[in-house]
Design a protein around this ligand. Sequence first.
Ligand SMILES: *Cc1c(COP(=O)(O)O)cnc(C)c1O
Length: 397
Amino acid sequence: MKLSARAQRLQPSATLTITAKAKSLKAQGVDVIGFGAGEPDFDSPDHVKEEAIRAINDGMTKYTGVGGIDELKDAILHRLKEDHGLEYEKSEIIASVGAKHTLYNVMQVLFDSGDEVIVPAPYWVSYPEQIKLAEATPIILETSEDDGFKITPDSLKKHINSNTKALILNYPSNPTGATYNEDELRAIVDVAMDAGLTIISDEIYEKIIYGGIKHIPVAALGEDVKKATILVNGVSKTYSMTGWRIGYAAGDKDVISAMSKLQGQSTSNPTSISQWAAIAAFTGDHGVIDDRTKEFEQRKNYIVEKLNDIPQITCFDPQGAFYVFPNVSGYYGKEFEGKIIKDSLDFTEFILVEAKVAVVPGVAFGSDDHVRISYATSMDDIVKGMDRITEALKKLP
Ligand SMILES: *Cc1c(COP(=O)(O)O)cnc(C)c1O
């Protein structure tokens, strides 16, 4: 059967390819350590699970309003107000089937063919594909380690033209862990506002942030900025709730209403039971979240130190999320058993075969000099995995 041009243009997820390879090695009985995970290793909190069970027992198992129940919107409004002093109306909030789905819908209702959308690299794998699915063109804005993997007002200006419709921001970033402080954000946002851009701000890692830094949403920078911004967030990363599939957007009510129409013709509401679970997450005790972030920070500190001890690796110290993004290009050009390691895919393959550790090639995130290592796994595995990587790389003098 002939597939649509749209389907043929889609890129398979490189993160899933390496996961599949690691799985097949595991199935052969090889003891592989997985540093590929894009989700917290922690379980969903107990009060969240209990609320979901209550919702089932109380018959909360029917269709709900397309964009989520009022109680969920209230819980989202409560968090935005409490955490950031941000005030929205219910008509400016929509819940969907995970933040990935939220982002997909935002792009579908905002972009047309001919529109250009600026995506800072390294980027989360789905942005360019979702932009292309909306017939628009992703414009990749490279950042460097020297700039802390951040865009600057000048670099942004250079990528804007009359076709530029939007800027995607994601901080703390997957995969780099970089985040912006208020001054940096203001400088970037000024440029975006001058050019009349919409800002799509993916802040799903806002609570997983280190060193006492306080996350500042773009939308909190002023009423005009708030009007131009679609804030995207969800429960997956903060509350270890990836499987429940609840994300949300806050922003202009016409955009939200268009997203609701789209959702009404595709998924309808996100799962009713998950909505109740998400309410429990948003309104429940956040102590457990703080404890988990502290644990992530300890793992991060260990792994960054170990990586920087390896002669040919430099590793940027992330301020958030649960990934490190070391530069491994010092090993490119080296030969092992007749094969030259040329790029992040070859490096990843070497580490998988020689160290029995699965990491993700940076090329998937738009940077071939790097690999992504997730530390959303136990400290025992981190220690073991880092020892194995260190040993394996000694074979590449
Ligand atoms: C995980 C992730 C998402 C999507 O999360 P959902 O599980 O769909 O809510 C969105 N953006 C980034 C940067 C992520 O890492």
